[in-house]
Design a binder for this molecule. Structure first.
Ligand SMILES: [Ca+2]
Length: 127
């Protein structure tokens, strides 16, 4: 009769979000994972989660500053009903003056994001 000993691996799960040992930015949300944790910048901020920068800080000339949205780690800004209406060339120039580019709709997902963003920032209902 032989005795067999098995050494079982201890899998101790650490919640870095709860114990404060994560390095997430104060402007990020920490999510615990079994192996580690992830940091995701909060709405209105872009970055890698360890460093998050407010879109309004990157583009201080754009007002209202709360009209920023983030999609695929890029800042999008739209005017409100108070913003003067611009034609294509004037809008393109206005974006360039602020160090950005006029948003061009490249795909369905971007279009869906922009439609929802414009609905939430335009200041009045769109039909
Ligand atoms: Ca963890």
């Amino acid at each position: 009769m032989s005795m067999r000993a098995e050494i079982l691996g201890c899998n101790i799960r650490v919640d870095e979000c709860a114990d404060g040992s994560n390095n997430c930015s104060p402007q990020a949300t920490c999510s615990d994972t079994p192996e580690s944790f992830t940091c995701t910048c909060n709405p209105g901020y872009i970055g890698n989660g360890v460093t998050c920068t407010a879109c309004s800080a990157l583009y201080p000339g754009l007002n209202p500053s709360h009209n920023f949205g983030v999609y695929q780690n890029q800042c999008f800004w739209s005017g409100s009903f108070r913003t003067p209406r611009l034609n294509y060339m004037a809008a393109k120039q206005a974006c360039q003056d602020e160090g950005g580019t006029l948003a061009m709709i490249k795909d369905e997902a971007t279009q869906t994001f922009l439609r929802a963003h414009l609905r939430s920032t335009s200041g009045h209902r769109q039909r």
